[in-house]
Write a protein that binds this ligand. Structure first.
Ligand SMILES: [Fe+2]
Ligand SMILES: [Fe+2]
Length: 136
């Protein structure tokens, strides 16, 4: 299941954990609608939520980057690069041309990708700065 909060995401930094949970919640909303096979066209609804996901993701990334700058984190550029890639990927969703052909399948694939990516980012890259922050 996409965008499901896991214990492994906990970095023990309250504000960051809160923001990661919120990201997962928004993503899960999109997934829950995309998975509905009720014959309704959910495209606009899903796109609205993906927009919300984009806005909140940007807010979260900026928050993280500012925090890491403040503490002179060595790997800030890796964070910035990965964040930039993800924002680009979410943005790309709205400009896809093949999305009408097999809407549900395409949207579910996109949501899966976004979920997988952010989960790995939290568990690897974000965990790395969390370990660093415990030392400063
Ligand atoms: Fe993060
Ligand atoms: Fe991050």
């Amino acid at each position: 299941m996409a965008f499901k909060w896991k214990e492994e995401f906990n970095l023990n930094i309250d504000e960051i954990d809160k923001q990661h949970k919120k990201l997962m919640e928004i993503g899960k909303k999109a997934y829950d609608i995309a998975i509905l096979d009720d014959g309704y066209d959910r495209y606009d609804e899903i796109m609205t939520i993906l927009d919300e996901l984009l806005e909140y993701t940007k807010y979260h990334f900026e928050y993280e980057e500012n925090m890491l700058k403040k503490y002179n984190y060595d790997h800030i550029h890796d964070q910035e690069e990965e964040h930039g890639f993800y924002v680009y990927k979410i943005n790309e969703v709205s400009s896809r041309e093949d999305i009408d052909d097999n809407q549900r399948k395409v949207i579910l694939e996109i949501i899966d990708f976004l979920s997988e990516w952010i989960s790995n980012h939290i568990m690897i890259a974000d965990r790395k700065y969390a370990v660093f922050l415990k030392t400063v």
